[in-house]
Design a protein around this ligand. Sequence first.
Ligand SMILES: CC(C)(COP(=O)(O)OP(=O)(O)OC[C@H]1O[C@@H](n2cnc3c(N)ncnc32)[C@H](O)[C@@H]1OP(=O)(O)O)[C@@H](O)C(=O)NCCC(=O)NCCS
Length: 189
Amino acid sequence: MTNSAVTIERLDRVGTRDVDALTALVGTLIRADAAIGWADPPTREEMRDLLTDLVAAGPSDACVLVARAPIGGAGEPDCNPVGFGYWRRYARTTLRPHADLERLAVAAEFSGRGIGRMLLRHLIDAARVAGCEQLTIDFRGDNAGAEHLYVSEGFTEYGRLPDFVAPDAERRFDKVFQVLDLREHPRGR
Ligand SMILES: CC(C)(COP(=O)(O)OP(=O)(O)OC[C@H]1O[C@@H](n2cnc3c(N)ncnc32)[C@H](O)[C@@H]1OP(=O)(O)O)[C@@H](O)C(=O)NCCC(=O)NCCS
């Protein structure tokens, strides 16, 4: 499968199939120790509530994108989510010009095909269109893949908290903070 078969879609309504597929996708990643801000896999109700909040916030305050790929066999191809990501504008009044890219995830079996980069670029473009000035992101310090991806799209590190992330009693990881200043990157790269 090539990237031409993948479509990036902005979610503007929350359907049961997407909720179920994204709950399964995220759950599988978390059980494989992916660091995407959930200690345990979210329930489908948690996923539904998250997506509902993001969609209800409206395009100026949040953007949730889904990458879809045909998974159907013979006949009508079925386009299911194989990745998703979202940003949300900061709630605090003094931080309202900015947004935080809270999550980006691609199903392991679709990883390495450029889908994460496609999602990220579309999320950045949407933040720019929404008038966001700075787009922040944070991730676990051992996430070399994510770090490589964000730096290659222009994000720069502005801080790091050593041993801040504690996924269990034994392990500690740095928390890395990066930002993309959209005023300095007026158009997509
Ligand atoms: C990080 C993630 C979103 C990347 O998505 P992806 O579709 O696999 O990434 P892409 O195929 O678009 O590749 C983007 C770049 O990241 C690099 N990359 C991706 N995963 C990597 C890994 N595990 N190690 C090193 N580099 C990696 C690729 O080499 C590529 O760089 P290149 O174009 O210079 O070769 C995906 O691996 C994922 O969902 N991981 C688990 C969840 C997570 O960690 N999310 C980010 C934290 S917020």
